[in-house]
Ligand binder design. Structure first.
Ligand code: BG6
Ligand code: MG
Length: 214
């Protein structure tokens, strides 16, 4: 029986996944690398530095550590500029109510995001108070697909992993949830997220009553 629900942030609660994509595409363009939305799927859920490595691999480019750090920082500055222009209303419609509904059913709720900007996004949307525990990219050693982030969230909630249900839009995130021994709702395309227990087009498409039969 599910006792806790763990939400990813970017692409599950709000469309910041799109802001990550346009910032990376802007950087790739500067480097002369063609970068598509399809290729961007590999960047979802992984760390900032790993994302940059994937882009450089796509362009067969090798750079020094120092240069990579400068580029990652540049992309992050663009991303921060995009999200600072965001309004609380940009949360996906119905997601706040879904989280409130889950809580009203006596189920704990955590956030587990690989992003080091997670708190900024939660503050901008004014939803930090909805979570019993928050784990972000500053608190982990290994990002998704490693299960560390979800295991830490479960630990903070004091709920065993098999009783946790994860919402994820990233292939790496679904893999991390499965590796943590948790159930997973994939948000997006069934082809991309085939390892999830259930896939829904949008987070709000998940019917809370199904929690009992997952
Ligand atoms: C994840 C995103 O939530 O956070 C990734 O899905 C992103 O695309 C990662 O690279 C790290 O984010 P940040 O904000 O620390 O650069
Ligand atoms: Mg995501």
């Amino acid at each position: 029986m599910i006792q806790a629900v763990i939400f990813d942030l970017d692409g599950v609660i709000v469309d910041t996944a799109h802001y990550h994509f346009i910032a990376w595409r802007r950087l790739a363009k500067e480097l002369g690398i063609h970068f598509t939305e399809q290729e961007n799927e590999q960047l979802k859920g992984v760390s900032r530095m790993r994302s940059l490595e994937i882009i450089l691999e796509l362009g067969n480019l090798r750079l020094s550590q120092e240069e990579m750090e400068r580029l990652a920082e540049k992309k992050n500055q663009w991303f921060v500029d995009y999200i600072n222009a965001m309004k609380p209303g940009e949360i996906f419609p119905g997601v706040k109510e879904l989280i409130q509904d889950i809580r009203a059913n006596g189920i704990k709720v955590a956030l587990a995001s690989s992003s080091k900007n997670a708190h900024t996004v939660l503050d901008l949307l004014n939803i930090g108070g909805l979570f019993d525990a928050i784990v972000d990219g500053t608190m982990i050693t290994h990002t998704k697909p490693d299960p560390e982030i979800f295991l830490l969230a479960a630990n903070k909630l004091n709920i065993p992993p098999p009783q946790c249900l994860v919402f994820e839009d990233a292939e790496a995130g679904v893999e991390a949830a499965v590796a943590a021994g948790m159930k997973c709702i994939g948000v997006g395309s069934p082809q991309q997220l085939s390892k999830a227990n259930v896939v829904v087009p949008k987070t709000v498409d998940f019917d809370i009553n199904r929690i009992k039969i997952i």
